[in-house]
Design a protein around this ligand. Structure first.
Ligand SMILES: [Mg+2]
Ligand SMILES: [Zn+2]
Length: 176
């Protein structure tokens, strides 16, 4: 079986602007996240993005625009040897398209990734900057780490959480 680091996108891999990111020029990659994630990648963890993009249902941007953002994101990670395996996104929004099984805090996207890539949830962790990220992870049997928006991922904390039995862990910045 495989193991994975599941990653929320906005506020974890790119700068949180507290709104949907609708255009490429607002998509600012947090390049300091690449180093800790490359270490985990090199240890055999798949890097998988799990993101709510309800702005698509709201027609604030298209899936093509999203694909452009992700192309740049993949490229900057790959340039440093950290391959992103897949970016799952929920394009629904309850006000437009009703309820779905994928929008976090639901676990649909994680469950799909786990099935598709034969991932062992017990050897995996999700990193996000909202409690709903941790909830979505926990619903799929995956541990969760809650960080502050744009906080650098702490490699040592990730390893501690993976080795431990706590499912809802706060980062150093969140503990302050
Ligand atoms: Mg976020
Ligand atoms: Zn959805």
């Amino acid at each position: 079986m495989n193991k994975a680091i599941f990653l929320d996108r906005d506020g974890v891999l790119n700068h949180e602007i507290n709104d949907y990111i609708t255009k490429l020029e607002d998509f600012e990659i947090l390049t300091y996240q690449i180093a800790p994630l490359k270490r985990l990648h090199d240890e055999g963890y798949l890097l998988i993005i799990i993101t709510n993009q309800g702005g698509i249902a709201q027609k604030r941007y298209t899936e093509e625009a999203l694909a452009e953002m992700h192309k740049g994101l993949y490229a900057s990670f790959e340039a440093q040897g950290a391959l992103i395996t897949h970016a799952y996104y929920c394009k629904h929004h309850p006000t437009v398209s009703g309820d779905c099984d994928c929008r976090k805090p639901k676990s649909g996207m994680l469950l799909e990734a786990i099935a598709t890539y034969d991932i062992d949830p017990a050897q995996s962790v999700m990193i996000g900057d909202k409690q709903r990220d941790v909830e979505a992870a926990n619903g799929a049997g995956v541990k969760g780490i809650l960080i502050a928006p744009d906080e650098q991922i702490d490699y040592d904390l990730v390893k501690l959480v993976l080795a431990g039995d706590k499912f809802d862990v706060l980062s150093a910045a969140m503990l302050k």
